[in-house]
Ligand binder design. Structure first.
Ligand SMILES: Cc1cc2nc3c(=O)[nH]c(=O)nc-3n(C[C@H](O)[C@H](O)[C@H](O)COP(=O)(O)OP(=O)(O)OC[C@H]3O[C@@H](n4cnc5c(N)ncnc54)[C@H](O)[C@@H]3O)c2cc1C
Length: 293
């Protein structure tokens, strides 16, 4: 299908992009990697009047640690997340999630910021960021803003960003020894959207008990879900105890609300949340203890 006609702009600075966004009105859209927006336009599920392409804006593509946070520029390609040694060695959950997103073609173009801003509950990075308690930084007509990941995903395809905001950076608390994470995804074929996806990030104290747990769920609700009940439950618990893992799986599953669709019945998906919580907690624990990166 061919999209409806639109005005196309290709600014080279953020202020220029912001000004174009403001001038173009509520039906304008940022174009990043185009891997969700272009299909939406071709299927005529959306027909933006103006596209503000930010691919020529410099300085939005980086992965670095600074001042106790991991910073990821919004225009960082998902392929760069996948190939980053820093992420592979210290932020296994992000590396896992990136590897499981679509195929290399989509990952070469699609951006971290676009994956998050699209707010598709089937996308893998939103749940990853919920598990990590990430913060999203944006710029709008009144200056910079920040959002906690848990406040950002308002509804399916809807975020807390205003129509004239641009997401600029994702921030994640920096790695500390004794922490580890994992993202696991049940998919029908490699590269598919998740039937169920689970992201887990934990920290262990000196006695080996869980001092912090973050859990995000993909494809089991109208938004990506932060499994807060399981997170709370895990605090102070010994993750070597199988009954603890099972209870966390049960609590997370109770917070999920999947639909029955072509990917499977709701009951099956709820069961898979339990299974994948247990598996990803085991992998996260292994990594927190220094193994299996
Ligand atoms: C065949 C196929 C398979 C896929 N499989 C998966 C999968 O398994 N897992 C997965 O997670 N995703 C999957 N996707 C979706 C895709 O990975 C992402 O949703 C996509 O890459 C979004 O990033 P983008 O840079 O391409 O954003 P775009 O498509 O350019 O934009 C998406 C939306 O975000 C907005 N936006 C983008 N950047 C910004 C910004 N900086 N500030 C404000 N708004 C912004 C746009 O205006 C638009 O509304 C798949 C896509 C395809 C085509």
């Amino acid at each position: 299908m061919i999209p409806s006609s639109f005005e196309y702009y290709s600014p080279t600075t953020l202020p220029e992009a912001l000004s174009l966004l403001q001038k173009s009105g509520e039906n304008a859209k940022i174009l990043a990697g185009g891997q969700s927006l272009i299909p939406v336009m071709k299927l005529r599920l959306g027909s933006p009047s103006h596209l503000i392409d930010i691919n020529r804006v410099q300085g939005l593509n980086y992965i670095r640690e600074s001042n106790g946070v991991l910073q990821i520029g919004a225009m960082t390609r998902m392929a760069d997340l996948e190939s980053s040694d820093l992420l592979r060695s210290k932020y296994g959950i992000i590396h896992d999630a990136a590897m499981h997103i679509a195929d290399p073609l989509v990952r070469n173009r699609g951006t971290a910021g676009g994956n998050i801003s699209h707010a598709d509950p089937a996308n893998d990075l939103p749940a990853t960021m919920l598990a990590l308690d990430a913060e999203f930084h944006a710029i709008g007509p009144d200056g910079s803003k920040k959002f906690r990941a848990q406040d950002f995903f308002v509804d399916t395809f809807t975020t807390a960003l205003s129509h004239d905001d641009i997401l600029t950076e994702i921030q994640v608390p920096a790695y500390t020894p004794g922490s580890g994470g994992a993202y696991m995804k049940l998919e029908k074929r490699v590269g598919d959207f998740a039937i169920v996806g689970v992201g887990v990030q934990i920290s262990l104290d000196k006695q080996g008990a869980c001092s912090r747990a973050g859990i995000g769920l993909t494809s089991v609700g109208s938004t990506s879900i932060k499994a807060t009940n399981a997170e709370e439950y895990l605090k102070g618990k010994n993750l070597r105890d199988e009954s603890v893992l099972s209870m966390a799986g049960k609590l997370a599953s109770e917070q999920s609300n999947p639909a029955t669709d072509l990917r499977g019945p709701a009951e099956y998906k709820k069961e898979m949340v339990k299974v994948f919580i247990i598996r990803s907690l085991m992998r996260a624990q292994k990594r927190a203890l220094g193994g299996d990166m």
